[in-house]
Design a protein around this ligand. Structure first.
Ligand SMILES: [Zn+2]
Length: 372
């Protein structure tokens, strides 16, 4: 939308001053100044930490600060707007390597391309110079070669039960889409392979068009110009998609429960999302190790936010440590959704295999060992 700054500036806040001010600020918001709202939230948080602000809702909402506390909170229908934040940990059991960390073997395959450093593969400058290594990696990681995990189906279940406000993912593997989480519930913060654009003329291409070329070991080249078509994944130094900033603006004030799945919460601004939820909202981390908590001088200053499971007086944060799928299954079981989740997982995988003309073999992670 267009915003006429001039007319706003020229309007003097005389007799209808209050109205004018309101107008101006709401227009600002519509204009997408999420930076403004982010800063004001940080400010509010700081005031709260320093005991300056009037915090409207400090009452604790969990009856106990444990996984069971979360289960009761959900079971008692106290929350309807769950936000889930996910990282690579929800996809590792699908066989997708954590390709951002060197030493996974993936980068070793790329040595022949003489990358100046592993991350160069996700840098635009390098890509412009030599897009080949990226597409070799893309072929290995390409969506369609992997199946969603139990964790993905857990998120879909939250949606189907009317509890999911939005799922934010750092992953570019599109497994959320494959798992049936609808587009409007999904924010792919680091983009995805779902669409691509010509770097020269910005023409849009869809997943299968790119896939055909990438699997023929070709570099996808625009049909309208000689530009290279790059999948819409966010490279280092690129802005996050508009959908990301628009959605956080809309979502976090409504959020009544935050679940962080398989993310070490180190990549910003994604990692800062944990601080965007109102200060009474319970936050559950399901991850192999503790993450998102501030340590050292940051913690001493007490102004940096983060998850508070190790802090005195914590009433809302819980870390469940272990494998993401196990954590999701345990949570589902405690909620009475265990067999429903396992059935969904199995049924969906059979569908995918059928489409690919394979016979289903039950992998070890779907084999049921529980009889609850
Ligand atoms: Zn083009």
């Amino acid at each position: 939308m267009s915003l006429d700054h001039k007319s706003l500036k020229n309007k003097s806040p005389s007799k209808t001053g209050e109205q004018d001010t309101n107008q101006a600020s709401s227009t600002d918001e519509e204009d997408g100044s999420s930076v403004f709202s982010f800063v004001s939230r940080l400010q509010k948080d700081l005031e709260h930490k320093l005991g300056l602000g009037s915090d409207e809702n400090l009452s604790k909402v969990l009856d106990e600060v444990s996984l069971d506390g979360f289960v009761n909170y959900i079971k008692n229908q106290n929350c309807k707007n769950i936000i889930t934040l996910a990282g690579a940990g929800i996809s590792t059991s699908a066989g997708i390597p954590d390709f951002r960390s060197p030493g996974t073997g993936l980068y070793d395959n790329l040595q022949k391309y003489n990358l100046p450093h592993p991350q160069a593969i996700f840098e635009l400058d390098f890509f412009n110079e030599n897009p080949k290594p990226f597409f070799v990696l893309a072929k290995e990681l390409y969506p369609g070669s992997f199946k969603p995990t139990l964790s993905h189906y857990f998120i879909r279940m939250l949606h189907e039960k009317g509890l999911l406000l939005r799922h934010y993912t750092q992953n570019i593997d599109t497994l959320e889409r494959v798992a049936g989480i609808p587009d409007e519930k999904l924010v792919e913060a680091h983009g995805s392979f779902y669409t691509g654009h010509c770097l020269h003329c910005r023409a849009e291409y869809e997943l299968n068009w790119m896939k055909d070329r990438i699997f023929k070991d070709e570099i996808p080249t625009c049909e309208k110009c000689p530009g290279v078509v790059k999948p819409d994944i966010v490279f280092f130094g690129e802005n996050l998609p508009d959908k990301f900033s628009n959605a956080i603006e809309e979502d976090f004030s409504q959020c009544d429960l935050l679940i962080i799945l398989g993310s070490s919460l180190v990549v910003h601004p994604f990692a800062s999302l944990v601080d965007m939820a109102p200060s009474h909202v319970p936050r559950l981390l399901i991850n192999r190790e503790k993450a998102g908590h501030r340590t050292g001088i940051m913690a001493m200053l007490g102004i940096s936010g983060g998850l508070e499971f190790d802090k005195k007086g914590n009433t809302r944060d819980v870390a469940w440590l272990g494998d993401c799928d196990e954590g999701c299954l345990l949570l589902a079981e405690k909620l009475g959704w265990g067999s429903e989740l396992k059935d969904l997982h199995k049924k969906e995988h059979q569908e995918i295999d059928k489409k690919e003309g394979k016979t289903t073999k039950v992998s070890s992670d779907t084999k049921s060992e529980d009889s609850k």
